[in-house]
Design a protein around this ligand. Structure first.
Ligand SMILES: Nc1ncnc2c1ncn2[C@@H]1O[C@H](COP(=O)(O)OP(=O)(O)OP(=O)(O)O)[C@@H](O)[C@H]1O
Length: 352
């Protein structure tokens, strides 16, 4: 993880040679990593040490992978813990989380595991919020398999830039939509972004976009808890996260990791969405809990999490998704759509 590497490298740099008892990490007041460019705000206990401290930071970080440029600024205000006379911090720094301009609430949709329906949930949650009257955007940051263009019938859409050099989102079903898929030359192009370049693309996709004024921006994250999710979570002001799972042991095991990741970076987990929770048999209208009943509830209560809603498994979802006809819009009376409307209402209450 880039941030841990950075702090470890700074911690390894003692300053006795310039008369300070601290190591470099203990002087860090703030730190921000966007793409491969790192901004460090450093406390200077004595005037006149700026140049040497700058050189020491740059030297300490020269071997850290993913950091290509280091900008050092100085402050005379000590880090908070030092001001209070407490131990100087040795752990993770406080991050400067950037707010997406014009967006009231940014909601991250994550999952521990791939294929649990995260993108389906992100898209239908966005549409349900829009149907409830909110101004909504959807950002598909799932670099490994951007499926929003298919889900919303936007295949072939390409990103355009306006006269102010800002990316213009597409508009469909009353929401603003941007997908990393709009950046790829074709659907079959393999995604080869990695590390810093990928981070740059993702941060551009949040901050260099003409979102206008939005009540909610839904961020469809890649599945899992990799560096991408963590770096985004650390650098972007996210109001809350929802975690999508299916009620299977393999999926729930990974949800624990995703939940812990959000907690670690101080993003409130609004709750868990249980997808493919049961099947309603068309012949007898009975609910059949294909993957077992109660597992998600057990998990949620063990972790003190709310279940925001349970969505049935319904072939209509996948059929319509493949045709770019989201179920919330095309069949709002279906059980699945009703579940999404319920979830949307709870999410708005949680954030109000
Ligand atoms: N409730 C549901 N009922 C039936 N099919 C569903 C349901 N939810 C999702 N699906 C289907 O499951 C498949 C996977 O869904 P989706 O692409 O949303 O998952 P994902 O978690 O985003 O996957 P990935 O990790 O690949 O991004 C799709 O074919 C989708 O149509």
């Amino acid at each position: 993880m880039a941030v841990k590497d950075i702090m470890d490298a700074l911690r390894g740099e003692t300053l006795e040679d310039i008369g300070l008892k601290e190591n470099l990490a203990q002087l860090v007041k703030d730190i921000k990593l966007i793409g491969s460019e790192l901004d460090v705000l450093l406390y200077t206990p004595k005037k006149g040490l700026e140049d040497i401290l700058r050189a020491k930071v740059q030297n300490a970080l020269s071997d850290v992978p993913d950091v290509k440029k280091v900008n050092v600024k100085f402050t005379e205000t000590p880090p908070q813990q030092a001001q209070q006379g407490a131990q100087i911090p040795t752990g993770q720094p406080a991050f400067t989380k950037r707010k997406v301009p014009g967006v009231k609430h940014l909601i991250a949709v994550g999952s521990g595991k791939g294929g649990v329906g995260k993108s389906t949930v992100a898209a239908n949650l966005a549409l349900a919020l829009a149907k409830l009257g909110y101004r909504v955007g959807l950002l598909d940051a799932d670099i490994y398999g951007p499926s929003v263009p298919t889900l919303l019938g936007l295949k072939g859409t390409r990103a355009t830039v306006n006269e102010r050099n800002r990316i213009v989102p597409a508009e469909k079903f009353g929401i603003k939509v941007l997908s990393i898929g709009f950046m790829l030359p074709s659907e079959d192009t393999p995604v080869i972004w990695r590390g810093p370049m990928l981070m740059k693309a993702l941060t551009q996709f949040l901050f260099d976009v003409d979102w206008g004024e939005l009540d909610y921006l839904i961020l469809d994250l890649p599945p899992g808890t990799g560096d991408v999710q963590l770096t985004l979570a650390q650098n972007v002001d996210i109001s809350g996260a929802v975690v999508v799972t299916t009620p299977q042991d393999v999926a729930l095991a990974d949800v624990k990791k995703a939940t812990s990741m959000f907690k670690e970076v101080q993003i409130p987990v609004l709750g868990v969405i249980e997808n493919m929770a049961y099947f309603i048999c068309p012949s007898d209208s009975q609910k059949y809990y294909i993957f077992g009943k109660g597992k998600t509830a057990e998990f949620a209560s063990a972790y003190g999490l709310k279940i925001l809603g349970s969505i049935p498994i319904d072939p209509e979802v996948s059929e319509r998704s493949d045709k770019g006809e989201p179920i919330v819009v095309e069949n709002p009376e279906s059980e699945v759509a009703k579940a999404f409307y319920g979830i949307a209402r709870i999410v708005t209450q949680e954030l109000s």
